[in-house]
Ligand binder design. Structure first.
Ligand code: M6R
Length: 361
């Protein structure tokens, strides 16, 4: 039941401190500060192939940054509907990982079955633990988001990201790329995310203050770099799904290669700008947008330097370790879509034309 909330989506957004905490506890030990041993021998792998659809695909793309950086493990991420039909070349020491809330998405399941038939090791990051993918994969990597009712995925997404980031730490340890001190620093950082997600949930008022403008837009651009790039695409997907506003997520560094042509006074840009080592680069992209008269909403920590660009509005997000920024920044991205949809009066939990689970092609 929805309880005090107006929609399941709103309730599920607010459940994220708990769902992320439960999911992290599956993979990490808070007391010892260590990643738990896994059934997969990460040291024996030379590649990870993630297959997924929609929001789960973006979770996979976020994970790719972590698997490559922390574990030195090459990681490909592909939309399952493409992967299953293009006869991909896979090396034998590849681990195929299906990521799915339902565990029933037809294309993702077919990709997993195909990988298994090729003799690859298979794993499934799924939220429904009795699902077809959970049964099909050799290794089950559960998320603990609980039942997700809203068609727009929120808590399942952050649970997928949490599980995959924790697994990337485990892979880094297993492959000798992370020493004990770094392991405990990363585990500690991950366990700080539920509290910071709770802090991010308090951004509701400042987000409500910008949605009136957003609801009037026909097109919205989301920008980010690093793991904030797939989160930008996830933000665009959320806005499209429930508010029916056309939105695109772009890597901020790609702006000059095309999307800057879209910028005008009516096209808001939402920038995901945590204070990481890419901040300055993102900031200069935003100044370019502002210089062309485009309204910018910059989601950034309070201590981030001021950009002095006319038309740049800031929404302050909790400051955090760069590893967990996709978990913390997921919240304002979801709230932006949610409040914009509420402002427009759409059917938030049952958006037009969409099904919760796409079990046919
Ligand atoms: O159940 P799955 O995670 O496999 O579903 C994948 C997509 O259909 C799903 O994430 C979809 O994109 C959502 N509506 C996103 O909010």
């Amino acid at each position: 039941e929805k309880g005090e909330y107006r929609h399941f989506m709103e309730k599920e957004i607010h459940e994220q401190p708990d769902s992320v905490q439960h999911t992290l506890s599956e993979y990490l030990d808070l007391v010892t500060g260590a990643a738990k041993p896994q059934a997969v021998d990460f040291a024996a792998l030379d590649r990870i192939q993630i297959v997924a659809c929609g929001t789960a695909f973006y979770a996979g793309q976020i994970a790719r940054y972590a698997f490559e950086k922390l574990a030195g493990l090459p990681c490909d991420v592909e939309i399952a509907s493409e992967f299953r039909y293009r006869s991909p070349a896979v090396s034998p020491r590849t681990l195929a990982v299906a990521v799915s809330q339902s565990g029933e998405t037809a294309d993702t399941l077919a990709s997993l079955t195909w990988c298994k038939a090729q003799g690859l090791k298979t794993a499934a990051v799924v939220n429904v633990h009795s699902s077809s993918m959970a049964r099909e994969a050799e290794v089950l990597w559960p998320t603990h988001a609980g039942p997700e009712i809203g068609v727009a995925s929120t808590k399942a997404f952050t649970a997928q990201v949490a599980a995959l980031l924790a697994l990337a730490v485990a892979a880094g340890v297993a492959r000798g790329r992370i020493d004990a001190a770094t392991e405990s620093e990363l585990v500690k950082a991950l366990f700080e995310s539920p509290r910071l997600i709770a802090d991010a949930l308090r951004m509701g008022d400042s987000i409500r203050a910008v949605v009136q403008d957003l609801a009037k837009a026909d097109d919205v651009l989301f920008l980010g770099r690093g793991a904030m790039f797939p989160l930008a695409m996830e933000g665009a997907l959320k806005l499209k799904e429930i508010s029916y506003i056309h939105a695109e997520g772009y890597a901020a560094g790609e702006l000059k290669h095309g999307p800057i042509a879209l910028i005008d006074e009516e096209t808001p840009t939402i920038a995901l700008a945590p204070l990481d080592d890419m901040f300055e680069k993102t900031a200069s992209n935003l100044q370019e947008v502002a210089a062309r008269g485009g309204p910018v909403i910059m989601i950034t920590p309070e201590r981030a330097p001021d950009l002095h660009g006319a038309g740049i509005r800031r929404i302050h997000a909790p400051d955090c370790h760069p590893l967990i920024a996709p978990l913390v920044y997921a919240v304002p991205v979801q709230l932006l879509a949610y409040y914009t949809a509420v402002q427009k009066g759409t059917d938030v939990d049952q958006p037009r034309n969409l099904a919760k689970s796409v079990t046919v092609e």
